[in-house]
Design a protein around this ligand. Sequence first.
Ligand code: PAJ
Length: 282
Amino acid sequence: MKTVETLNELWQARKDLPGPVGLVPTMGFLHDGHLMLVKEAKQSCASVVVSIFVNPTQFGPSEDLDAYPRDLQRDLSHLEALDVDLVWIPTSEVMYPANYQTWVEVGDVTKPLEGSYRPGHFRGVTTVVSKLFNAVQPDVAVFGQKDAQQVAVISQMTRDLSYPIEIKVVPIVREGDGLALSSRNTYLNQDQRKAATVLYRALRAAEKAYLSGERSAETIRQIMSETITDEPLASAQYVSCADLLTLTELETITNGALLSMAVYVGKTRLIDNWILGKPNAD
Ligand code: PAJ
């Protein structure tokens, strides 16, 4: 496994990789969710590149950029064990050199949900992912369903900018009790960790109602809200039952839906989602 930092090193190493080449973009502090993306890339590609970069431009001014967990040595040993070919660990100066002034912005699909509570977040994501795509020139890029809106936004960007890249999506990897794996779970104390299962419980309660025939999106949203209200350590920032393609709120569920939510457990903001009317494969 080769590890590179600068663009020149990356370009040089990229030349020697047999195709198809798969890219897995990450911010490090890797867990089994990230590693599932790497395994997916390994299955469909001859070479796999993983990037590790805590991208400052996707964090808001009040968000946890400095506190974001990092453990590069552990990350590298996980990737080595999976036989990854190339790891790119750019510095902020490599990604955003002095006088940097170019941004990639996607339209409507970035506006609701995460976009409405994290202004500028998706501009940071699409800019950095676009730079990763340009530098690595992968044939396949793998993302997690954990960040459902990120998948929708990057798919839109890939189509709109004509990147010749196939976007593959891996289902959410969860703990045994349903909590979706996330680097932010490390912020939770023991009581909060127990309470954090409320996101999954809310999604499953909503699914149960849907499977019994409930089609009012407002009732589905209420079921999720009430489940969260019943958990004293949790408070919902939003719950959503939205169209799978546009991500706008539905009135009636006719053709599937994306259930999603952001919930504070203590000071930690957790997100989760579940697809109605289509297999989640988890
Ligand atoms: P990060 O949060 O490190 O996540 C990297 C990838 O792992 C994303 O595609 C995310 O959806 C996926 N992932 C995280 N937890 C997962 C889980 N429990 N199950 C399945 N997949 C999971 O997402 C980012 O980084 C950044 O926004 C990035 C795309 C790297 C751009 O900076």
